[in-house]
Design a protein around this ligand. Structure first.
Ligand code: FNR
Length: 233
């Protein structure tokens, strides 16, 4: 269905127009009062309101003992890693709301990524991802997202260029769990919608997908050749 810019942007119209796309959404925090879990809940709600299917998960479900190659070689992959891979594979894309720990990602997330990175097929490969963060600091945890991009890009995830970081997050939510600042709320929603459009195009409209994979200026290549441009695969 061809849409003009700005057309069909009401919530009802949006869900009617969208071809099926599924998103795994989770916060990389174990604590009950997590600010990132609030943001993840909001992201899942926004996805559903825009016609997508959101699978809202808890980091606790994906938590694993520290990666140990001997354990992996013995075939005892932790249940958290198995579930993480399954939920990733069920989705077309993922949204991670990650705290920033010491300018980087929390160990619990890196550890879970390390475990699933040893599985075949490796579930981040060619899967679209959107990164978000919330932090009491003025930077909103954004520096941690840059660190998180490194392993995910390495694993072949197609990370959305825009990221959303909610600063001073302790005071940024309404009592109902929404983002209080209207401008930030709009930016949050439009970022999610842009990401959904891209995932939908890549899944359902192969011409758009091929154009996006090729380097700018490259003449049209058959899809198989375009895939070879991704290093290491
Ligand atoms: C933090 N915090 C933090 N915040 C930040 O903006 N930059 C940072 O580098 C760090 N570093 C850091 C390290 C460790 C070990 C902890 C426990 C915390 C604060 C952090 O952003 C804050 O606790 C968030 O509320 C954590 O996210 P959740 O659990 O609320 O989602």
């Amino acid at each position: 269905m061809v849409r003009q810019p700005g057309e069909g942007r009401g919530k009802v119209e949006e869900s009617a127009l969208r071809a099926p796309v599924g998103f795994l959404v989770f916060a990389a925090s174990l604590r009950a009062a997590s600010l990132n879990a609030k943001l993840a809940r909001l992201a899942a709600q926004e996805i559903e309101a825009c016609g997508g299917q959101a699978d809202l998960a808890a980091m606790r479900d994906f938590d694993c003992p520290s990666y140990d190659q001997d354990v992996q070689d013995s075939g005892k992959v932790p249940p958290g890693a198995v579930l993480f891979r399954e939920r990733l594979e069920r989705a077309d894309a993922f949204v991670i709301c990650s705290p920033e720990y010491n300018f980087s990602m929390p160990g619990v997330l890196k550890n879970a990524i390390d475990w699933v990175s040893r599985m075949h097929p490796q579930p981040f490969n060619e899967r679209h991802g959107l990164l978000m963060s919330a932090s009491p600091s003025l930077a909103g945890g954004n520096r941690g997202l840059w660190a998180l991009r490194v392993p995910l890009e390495h694993l072949g995830a197609r990370l959305y260029p825009e990221m959303f970081s909610l600063a001073q997050a302790g005071e940024a939510f309404t009592a109902g769990g929404d983002i209080a600042n209207p401008e930030l709320r709009t930016r949050f929603a439009s970022g999610i919608r842009g990401f959904m459009d891209l995932v939908e195009a890549a899944k359902h409209y192969p011409c758009a997908k091929r154009q996006w994979i090729e380097f700018p200026g490259e003449p049209g290549l058959p899809a198989g050749q375009a895939a070879r441009m991704t290093p290491g695969r």
